[in-house]
Each structure stands twice: as structure tokens, then as C-alpha cells.
Design a protein around this ligand. Structure first.
Ligand code: ADP
Ligand code: MG
Length: 356
């Protein structure tokens, strides 16, 4: 049986084509530029995340890739084929939304089979493929239940199975874990990542949660005001944020700028140092060679169990957040009003390229 997607394919993609290419993609709603010029190439089999605050244009990009939204300008290529003018059903793409959108009156198995039924796949293949998909998401034996008889995490997995059963080349996920509580969310993050590795589908994953993006992704595009502010792997993004926005959105920003930077580092400019890179000592402690150092007073202390976070007002002005692992009782030097010396290795001071 030929799918609709195959019927309208007129070009043969080159072997090396990117799974997804976006070229000068724009979308305006009235005066609002929801997406303001996005260029991207995603590799086959990549776990790619779009990370950014609410309203930064992530969902709109996803909807344009899926074909639910028409671009104001720009092109969309899937596997090297321009699909900009194609309707959603003629793109080899599936989408998983945050609210799952399961049919409540159908069983889990019927929900998973639904897409195949619409495509006219025969009953037997439908059943086989749906059972396979349920197995992939570890829900074998749940086929006869109704969605209402499942937990949030299980419903989420049904939604995934419903997408996977179509064997798409590309899966778009829009905050699919957003409705889950934190513990379940963390479990599902690891499961989803493992699943993606196993099935080898290209994932485009939308989230506003930086930790989620860092945990799961091969690469991350940080969105701000409809544009990509930085595109990098998780470690690069965290260790070398390209702008103050990225430094603040991915992790705790801890900026040193202007006069404070001049006083502490000997150079004016805009710098960041991550909280866990900073050591806190008593004020009379000596800073070793190759270290940066600043004195200050502890303003606030938050005990986090495995670690303690302190906000230190620097004598030079500004403040830094320090995160210390609680390895022993003595480590808990931080208390409000304590006079402290902060030290960190010079290479952990990262100069930020763009301005705020
Ligand atoms: P995100 O998913 O990052 O939260 P969206 O892509 O949903 O961001 O929205 C980006 C911007 O476009 C927002 O300012 C939003 O209000 C606007 N927007 C999105 N969809 C529509 C629409 N259908 N009509 C008007 N404005 C929209
Ligand atoms: Mg959104």
C-alpha cells in the first residue's frame, strides 16, 4: 500500500541530505514576529532540542515543520525534499503534544492503531504493529485499558506509541513531559532518550526546561524572541554560553561585568563563572596562583540536601552564587553574614561574546 506521502514525492533526496533543513524561516501573526529568521540543519538520528522561554517561537517552528502552520517566508526541507507547500499528511512526520490528545472512548490498542486505520492498513498488520509499538514503550499487556485507567506517565507512553506505530522518520515532541510530576518526568527523560537511541528516529524536542534539554539532547538550539541565540551541544552550551541570555537561561548566570569585572579579574567586560566552580573559604585564606579571587559577605544560604547554595555580596560590588557539595558537616561554612573569600580557577571565568 502506498502512503499519501509517497504519492506526492517527486524528487529523490540525495543520500547525505539533512533530516530537517530550515532556511530563513519566518512566521508573523499580525505585528508579532513569532519566528524571525531561523536556519537549521538536523542530522539523521539526532536528538535535537529547541529550548527557550514561553513565547520564544518554539511551538510555531514545530508546527511549521509538521505543516500545521504556513511560513510567512522561508523553506522547509525534510531529507532534502522541499515540503513547504505540502499538507501535514504528506510529510513523513509525527507530532506528540503535551496534552497527549488520546481518544478517551477508545482502548489503548485502538488509540495506537488509529493512525494506521486512517491510512487504510489492514486489520492484521495494524494489530501487529500496534502491539509492537506498545512493547517498545514498555506497555505490553495494557492494550485493553482505557486512557482513564492509566497513570500520567503511561498515557504519555501511549501517545508516543501512537506516533511510533507510523514509523516516521521524524518525530516532533512539544513539551511532551510537561504534565508529569518531577520524579516521573526525570524517569521519562531517561526512557525517552534510550528509546530514541534504540529506534533511531530523528527527534525534535521542544522544552522550556534547561535541565531537560541538557539531559537528553545531542544538540540544543536556544530560542529567544523568535531567533536562535546559540546552537551547541549541552556541555558547550553550559560551559561557553554565547550571550548573557544563554548564560542566564541555561544554568545560573553569575555575571561579572564592568567595574566589578575590572576589580575582580583585572579586565572590564562581561564574564560568567558557574556556581559549582567556585570554592568558598574563610576570608584570610590565600588564593593560589592561577586562581581568581574575590572577598565578600554571605547574604543568603539555601540548604539543598546534597549541596548548599550561598549568595555572596562581593566587596567589589555585585554578587555571585556559590554551590558547594555537602561532603561533610564542616563543608557547611556558609551562614548569613559570614565574611568569606571566593576562589575559582582562571579558566572557569568565561568571557561572554554577545551583550545582554
Ligand atoms: P513557545 O512555544 O516558545 O512558547 P510560540 O511559538 O507558541 O512560543 O509563540 C511565539 C509567539 O507567537 C508568541 O508571542 C505567541 O503569542 C505568538 N503566537 C503563536 N501562535 C499564534 C497565533 N495562532 N496567533 C497569534 N499569535 C500567535
Ligand atoms: Mg510552546
Amino acid at each position: 500500500m502506498t502512503s499519501l506521502g509517497e504519492q506526492v514525492t517527486t524528487q529523490t533526496p540525495p543520500d547525505t541530505a539533512a533530516a530537517v533543513s530550515l532556511r530563513g524561516l519566518r512566521k508573523t501573526f499580525g505585528e508579532v514576529a513569532a519566528v524571525d529568521g531561523v536556519d537549521l540543519d538536523l542530522a539523521e538520528g539526532e536528538f535535537f532540542s529547541m529550548l527557550g522561554p514561553s513565547g520564544s517561537g518554539k511551538t510555531t517552528v514545530l508546527r511549521m515543520i509538521a505543516g500545521f502552520e504556513e511560513p510567512t517566508a522561508g523553506r522547509i526541507l525534510l531529507g532534502g525534499v522541499d515540503v513547504t507547500e505540502r499538507p501535514p499528511y504528506a510529510r513523513d512526520v509525527n507530532t506528540v503534544f503535551q496534552d497527549y490528545a488520546l481518544f478517551p472512548h477508545m482502548s489503548v490498542l485502538q488509540n495506537v492503531e488509529y493512525g494506521l486505520r486512517v491510512k487504510g492498513v489492514d486489520r492484521r498488520s495494524r494489530r501487529t504493529r500496534a502491539l509492537e509499538a506498545l512493547e517498545t514503550v514498555r506497555l505490553e499487556g495494557f492494550g485493553d485499558r482505557r486512557p482513564s485507567q492509566l497513570s500520567g506517565g503511561q498515557r504519555q507512553r501511549v501517545a508516543l506509541a501512537r506516533a511510533l506505530v507510523n514509523r516516521p522518520k521524524l518525530l516532533l515532541l512539544d513539551e511532551p513531559l510537561g504534565a508529569l510530576d518531577l520524579k516521573l518526568r526525570r524517569e521519562m527523560q531517561l526512557e525517552l532518550k534510550a528509546l530514541q537511541r534504540d529506534v533511531g528516529i530523528t527527534f525534535v524536542f521542544v522544552t522550556h526546561d534547561q535541565e531537560e534539554a541538557l539531559t537528553m539532547s545531542d544538540r540544543i538550539a536556544v530560542f529567544n524572541g523568535g531567533r536562535i541565540e546559540q546552537l551547541a551541544g549541552p556541555a558547550e552550551l553550559y560551559e561557553h554560553p554565547a550571550s548573557a541570555f544563554v548564560a542566564g537561561f541555561v544554568g545560573t548566570s553569575n555575571l561579572l561585568e564592568g567595574d566589578v569585572a575590572a576589580a575582580v579579574l583585572g579586565t572590564p567586560g562581561l564574564f560568567t563563572v558557574r556556581p559549582e566552580k567556585i570554592d568558598m573559604h574563610t576570608r584570610d585564606a590565600a588564593a593560589g596562583p592561577g586562581s581568581c579571587t574575590a572577598t565578600g559577605v554571605v547574604r543568603e544560604v539555601v540548604y539543598l540536601g546534597s549541596a548548599t547554595q550561598a549568595v555572596v555580596d562581593l566587596d567589589a560590588g555585585g554578587s555571585l552564587i556559590v554551590l558547594q557539595q555537602n561532603r561533610s558537616v564542616q563543608d557547611q561554612l556558609a551562614h548569613r553574614g559570614a565574611q568569606v573569600r571566593l576562589t575559582w580557577r582562571r579558566e572557569h571565568t568565561v568571557e561572554i561574546g554577545g551583550s545582554a
